[in-house]
Design a protein around this ligand. Structure first.
Ligand code: ATP
Length: 300
């Protein structure tokens, strides 16, 4: 019988997820693959977020019990600071973000926010506290204003416009014939990857979460677009505890700390300058990307 209920469970979860305004997660977290077994403990309290101090203590996790992806990760992200996570493809960078959002429970260790174990509080309150700018933003076939306000049905026009300004997309919207009422998506205006990301940034500004996860797009942007996006990302990071999953190291030079994940452990950690001096994996990745950047610039 339980076999029969699993699809229903999953549907319920997808529905709740959409209701909570986190449909964007579908792309990042691959909802359909997610176990439907994460449930609130009976009587779980809401997370009480203070300044937003995030810690991972001895976190072990594997999608498959026989294959650990993270083998004892300690992270300490003081409130309001930025941690960048880098490492080879498949190292488990996105997995860290999925665990913080509690799409999965850790196998060992704990993740805490302001001293509270995220497994012991309600998922709704946890997800309320965390904003995510995903790699690929899903837009609805609706107006651009609706897309920015998505998940914040109570936002008024002035708030939507302020968020659009913060995300450096207000000018673009105002130039459209119908302004904020311009339809986007399959049957409307097609937005570029960078414009879509700005819609996600505007949404996040409107949500105003104390904790932020930025999942940087893997696809290369031209250097001008990258520079513009960086400026707006810096804007939303200010005053929030931020975890950046970075593919391009040039975007995280100023992070308060950088962790290099490799083989399931934090192989290196430090600031950009410290890691370059160390001459290890990070320094090698930096040298390789600097060369690729020079080649791309020469070709532009
Ligand atoms: P990239 O830089 O390529 O995005 P990443 O460091 O973010 O990689 P993850 O997406 O965290 O890596 O994946 C880490 C490992 O876990 C990979 O080996 C991947 O195949 C595996 N994995 C990811 N998602 C799942 C899943 N839903 N089920 C089973 N294994 C998974």
């Amino acid at each position: 019988l339980s076999q029969l209920f699993r699809p229903l469970d999953l549907l319920g979860m997808v529905y709740r997820t959409i209701r909570q305004g986190v449909i964007d997660m579908a792309a990042m977290f691959d909802l359909v693959d997610t176990k439907a077994s994460i449930v609130d403990e009976p009587g779980a309290p809401a997370l009480r977020v203070g300044a937003g101090h995030v810690r991972f203590d001895g976190v072990r996790f594997g999608y498959d019990p026989d294959r650990a992806i993270l083998k004892g990760i300690d992270l300490d992200v003081p409130a309001g600071t930025t941690l960048a996570v880098v490492g080879p493809s498949g190292a488990g960078k996105s997995t860290l973000a999925r665990l913080l959002y509690r799409f999965y429970d850790v196998d060992e260790g704990a993740i805490t926010i302001d001293g509270q174990d995220i497994a012991a509080v309600t998922q709704a309150s946890l997800r309320e506290a965390i904003g995510i700018v995903p790699q690929d933003t899903v837009l609805f076939n609706d107006t651009i204003g609706y897309n920015i306000a998505y998940g914040r049905a109570d936002a008024d026009q002035a708030q939507v416009e302020r968020a659009a300004q913060g995300a450096a997309i207000a000018g673009f919207i105002e130039r459209q014939p119908d302004g904020y009422a311009t339809r986007v998506g399959e049957r409307g205006l097609k937005l570029s990857g960078g414009e879509k990301q700005r819609v996600a940034i505007a949404r996040t500004l409107l949500k105003d979460p104390p904790i932020l996860i930025l999942d940087e797009a893997t696809s290369a942007l031209d250097s001008r677009t990258e520079g513009e996006i960086l400026a707006t990302l810096n804007e939303i990071e200010r005053g929030r505890t931020t975890i950046v999953i970075a593919h391009r190291l040039s975007t995280i030079v100023h992070a308060d700390q950088i962790v290099v994940l490799d083989g399931g452990v934090a192989a290196e950690r430090g600031t950009h300058a410290e890691l370059l001096r160390r001459g290890g994996l990070y320094a090698q990745m930096w040298a390789r990307q600097a060369q690729e950047r020079d080649e791309a610039l020469a070709a532009e």
